[in-house]
Design a protein around this ligand. Structure first.
Ligand code: HEM
Ligand code: ISQ
Length: 147
């Protein structure tokens, strides 16, 4: 079965919970990424010269973009069964920054952990799987433009 209405609803509602405390969850998201891939710190222009992960409007803006794109992918998967990348420059940006395949796994794990925190007692395996499927669809679309 394809991506269901229920899955889309689960992604939408937990995305709203994430946005509710964006400063906190943005920092958590980056912190988990840097725990798993410390060298990635220098890839981000807004983290490069800071000590550790510090909350800033830029940090939040980037983080909410990533989660928002995954949410959009869930909407697309439900509506038409595939993810079409709206921004064709995403592949170029990631190549230029030196992003490689294993990074996508790190970001996925961090995203799922962050959503688990944000969803709180509404979290379920079903919710997590919905995010995972939406993320994988988006990651595949970005990677296609990275070749
Ligand atoms: C830039 C989204 C995966 C590292 C960007 C930008 C977007 C984006 C929208 C443009 C700049 C912005 O406005 O934030 C995504 C999405 C991903 C993904 C949706 C997965 C589905 C990754 C991975 C890495 C990565 C796996 C590696 C750790 C970066 C870096 C930049 C960037 C370093 C440049 C940030 C800067 O301006 O310094 N990404 N990204 N991204 N992405 Fe990703
Ligand atoms: C990947 N791409 C762009 C921004 C990001 C912010 C946090 C973690 C990963 C990201």
């Amino acid at each position: 079965m394809g991506f269901t209405e229920k899955q889309e609803a689960l992604v939408n509602s937990s995305y709203e919970s994430f946005k509710q405390n964006l400063p906190h969850y943005s920092v958590l998201f980056y912190t988990i990424i840097l725990e798993k891939a410390p060298a990635a710190k220098d890839m981000f222009s807004f983290l490069k010269d800071t000590a550790g992960v510090q909350d800033s409007p830029k940090l939040q803006a980037h983080a909410v973009k990533v989660f928002g794109l995954v949410r959009d992918s869930a909407v697309q998967l439900r509506a038409k069964g595939e993810v079409v990348l709206g921004d064709a420059t995403l592949g170029v940006i990631h190549i230029q920054k030196g992003v490689v395949d294993p990074h996508f796994v790190v970001v996925k794990e961090a995203l799922l952990k962050t959503i688990k925190e944000a969803a709180g007692d509404k979290w379920s395996n079903e919710l997590s799987t919905a995010w995972e499927v939406a993320y994988d669809g988006l990651a595949t679309a970005i990677k296609k433009t990275m070749n």
